[in-house]
Ligand binder design. Structure first.
Ligand code: CP
Length: 304
């Protein structure tokens, strides 16, 4: 991992880029930023989202404002990308225009890494099925805010792991910080080797874990990444793997509910549970702003 003169992280491509101190710094700064303390990243930041987003792009734009920076939103559909401009050429062009940090979302795994040698700092806002490091940071921040720590907690993640960058980033960070992570979902969407690679457990018979999980995170069925639909029947998916009102309200264990969004409400989570006090879903979204502001301030320090 390339670091700036003060040792700060220069790019954020994967949760693996973060040292233990970086992780502590992000959480501490996010708290301080939420309390009104100023950290700066005055250099211009561009968002370059080749894939759709509501939460991540808007929270990065809000985060840039919070660290006193100027944000430029480049919409690839209205840029020279439509004329065949490559990502490398787009990054070089943004650099020539004075942009020093680029926040990238793409369907291409490892594209942010490939672009990180050009010059501007690159922050990965989700690269295909690979990683989504700021999502992992805000997920951990949401659990910590509710439970005080993630260490020793049981986190059950249910859904499409095969295509999930959230599984790859959030599980990794939770495991590193001492949580027990159990992955569950349709067998076609839960490769055993992925669970083993991450150091997580894979549960075929997952419902008993609802009685011991501190946190249950539902994942989105990622139809856009499934060449052929691996979930042909949404109603059957809800019945077998949805966090239904019955599963949420009728068990004895008052687990907390999470979903990185965007949720298919009525399939992965029932409408009644989304805004329940035991749901962290809206808090996850809100925490995206201070967490991303903290990340931008650290990246900015590496450049100064
Ligand atoms: N969780 C997440 O990445 O949401 P968006 O796709 O809306 O950014």
């Amino acid at each position: 991992m390339e670091r700036g003169a003060g040792g700060a992280v220069r790019h954020l491509l994967s949760v693996d880029d973060l040292s233990d101190q970086d992780i502590r710094d992000v959480f501490e700064r996010a708290t301080q930023i939420s309390q009104g303390q100023k950290f700066s990243h005055p250099a211009p930041v561009a968002t370059l989202f080749y894939e759709a987003s509501t939460r991540t792009e808007i929270s990065f734009l809000r985060a840039v404002e919070m660290v006193g920076g100027e944000a430029v939103r480049l919409n690839p559909e209205r840029s020279s990308v439509t004329k065949g401009e490559t990502p490398e050429e787009t990054v070089r062009t943004l650099q020539a225009l004075g942009i020093q940090t680029i926040v990238i979302r793409t369907s291409e795994p490892l594209l942010p890494k490939r672009l990180s040698g050009i010059g501007p700092s690159i922050v990965n806002a989700g690269d295909g099925c690979h990683e989504h490091p700021t999502q992992a940071l805000l997920d951990v921040a949401a659990i910590t805010a509710a439970k005080g720590t993630v260490k020793g907690l049981v986190v059950l993640i249910v859904g499409d792991h095969l295509h999930s960058r959230v599984t790859r980033s959030t599980s990794k960070l939770l495991l590193r910080l001492g949580a027990r992570v159990i992955l569950a979902g349709p067998p076609a969407l839960l490769p055993q080797e992925l669970a083993s690679e991450l150091g997580a457990e894979a549960a075929r018979d997952w419902e008993p874990y609802l009685e011991e999980a501190d946190v249950v995170m539902a994942l989105r069925i990622q139809r856009e990444r499934q060449g052929v639909s691996l979930v042909p029947d949404a109603a059957a998916y809800r019945r077998h793997y949805g966090i239904t009102a019955t599963r949420f309200f009728e068990g004895k264990n008052p687990f907390l509910l999470m979903h990185p969004g965007p949720a298919n409400v009525g399939i992965e989570v029932d409408p009644e549970v989304v805004d329940h006090p035991r749901s962290l879903i809206r808090r996850q979204v809100a925490l995206g702003v201070p967490i991303r502001a903290a990340v931008l301030s650290l990246v900015g320090e590496a450049r100064s």
